[in-house]
Write a protein that binds this ligand. Structure first.
Ligand SMILES: *Cc1c(COP(=O)(O)O)cnc(C)c1O
Length: 458
């Protein structure tokens, strides 16, 4: 750990100077921040040496786990050779070219081009610019409305927060921006009522058609969605959902944008979430696991349909970032992709880790607090409820989830709470023994939370 200050001194300095993402600064200062000083494999270590199993892969990104020397060495090598140059003004760098070519290989066949960004939010911003530019070049500039979903998450920039459907984000920012509409989410546990999952999936997808017809199909440019909603609470759509969304997009000629920032690079057991659900997106936003989070990098995969128009009909695309194609970030991402391939990590997820995790995760549904245990690939969610039959949520929502999350951390497991939905997304390299450890810690956490509820501690 860092030697020159005590953990308490670090916390005080943090409280004095840092504004944390999505945090209540006053409350954070009272509770104190958790100081993570090192990490190895699937484990994090706090300043006092305490070990935590990282059930969230950092923020959904550390696919290969921590401490991969090949990644830090790729960065160091590129730093020494060429730490920075841009891709503007007729210039390029070899890591950006190599990564672009490699991405063309691992993505579905309609993708042979990428636009690099520095993050998921920037990727969503870029996707929005590309969608609108496409329709301009197609001679239909009035086709500019992009449809997203309630409780979708597409990042925290103005564009991302607008396309996302988080009411608490919209409220703070005069959002959404004009030219954006939302439909409901395919959240069966909350919304299906008496419908079967399959019927609910179709009904949720058909909200898109209804909205397109309300707005006028000639005004709708694109639909954007995460294959599985991550930050919204690991909302897994019924299998009937995405094929129906694809049918509707095709029928009205609107572009489909798959936000693969979480699902991309193996999370579902396929390389991309759209392959798991069988859609053919026109654009894919990528980030997070692209570099296993070791350095910030994102991108938009641009499908043939959009690329052809952009290139054949367009002149300059007036958009780009200082760090688009940053050579060090690209070198790390390239090495990350090579390891994913060399070590057959996506096969490990599909054939070993995901089936095992899902079988063991499903056992948690027997716990009296758990109204549903769901998952796909290496994603999992638990719905905490006051009563299973008839179903009753806790009031106010979110308090029990927060307590459960704190208990998890006390038990050495990083699990996240979205209201009263507990979620996990462990590193893709997790072993079955580590999955057993994760499940045991989750059981203990649920038991403790249940006990605290019964004894009226909160
Ligand atoms: C995290 C996330 C983003 C935003 O990525 P940042 O790198 O945090 O800007 C966008 N879309 C999805 C689906 C995400 O999970």
């Amino acid at each position: 750990m860092a030697q020159d200050r005590t953990p308490a001194q670090w916390q005080a300095l943090d409280a004095a100077h840092l504004l944390h993402p999505f945090s209540n600064t006053r409350q954070l200062a009272e509770r104190g921040t958790r100081l993570i000083t090192r990490a190895e494999g699937v484990y994090l270590y706090e300043a006092d040496g305490r070990q935590l199993l990282d059930g969230m892969s950092g923020l959904w990104c550390v696919a290969l786990g921590y401490g991969r020397r090949e990644l830090s060495e790729a960065a160091a090598k590129q730093m020494n050779e060429l730490p920075y140059y841009n891709s503007f003004f007729q210039c390029t760098t070899t890591p950006a070219i190599e990564l672009a070519a490699e991405l063309a290989k691992v993505t579905p066949p309609q993708f042979s081009r990428v636009f690099f960004t520095g993050s998921g939010s920037e990727s969503v911003d870029t996707a929005m610019r590309l969608v609108r530019r496409y329709w301009q070049l197609e001679g239909q500039p009035q086709r500019n409305i992009i449809i997203g979903r309630t409780n979708g998450y597409h990042g925290s920039s103005i564009a991302g927060a607008s396309l996302g459907g988080m009411a608490f984000m919209h409220e703070q920012g005069l959002l959404p921006q004009p030219g954006i509409a939302h439909i409901g989410q395919p959240y069966a546990f909350e919304r299906a009522g008496t419908l079967s999952d399959a019927d609910f999936g179709l009904a949720a997808a058909r909200e898109l058609e209804t909205r397109i017809l309300q707005l006028g199909p000639e005004r709708v440019a694109a639909f954007i969605g995460e294959p599985v909603q991550g930050a919204g609470g690991v909302i897994i759509p019924p299998d009937s959902y995405w094929p129906e969304i694809q049918r509707i997009c095709d029928r009205y000629g609107i572009l489909l944008v798959s936000d693969e920032v979480i699902c991309g690079f193996g999370r579902t057991g396929q390389w991309f979430g759209c392959q798991h659900y069988g859609t053919r997106p026109d654009l894919m936003t990528i980030a997070k696991a692209l570099s296993s989070g070791y350095l910030p990098i994102g991108g938009v995969m641009v499908g043939d349909r959009v690329a052809a128009t952009l290139i054949d009909k367009g002149d300059d695309f007036a958009h780009g970032y200082t760090y688009s194609g940053h050579p060090v970030c690209c070198a790390v991402a390239l090495e990350n992709l090579r390891i994913l391939q060399r070590e057959h990590v996506v096969d490990h997820v599909r054939e070993v880790a995901a089936p095992y995790l899902q079988a063991r995760w499903a056992e948690l549904a027997q716990h009296p607090l758990v109204g549903q245990a769901r998952g796909v690939g290496l994603l999992g969610a638990l719905e905490l409820v006051r009563s299973k039959q008839p179903r009753q949520w806790f009031e106010p929502r979110g308090k029990v989830g927060e307590r459960c999350r704190d208990n998890a951390i006390a038990n050495g497991l990083v699990m996240r709470a979205t209201a009263d939905t507990m979620i996990i997304a462990p590193p893709l390299v997790i072993t079955t023994a580590q999955i057993d450890e994760l499940i045991a810690k989750a059981w203990r956490t649920l038991d403790q939370t249940h006990e605290q509820l019964r004894s009226g501690i909160f």
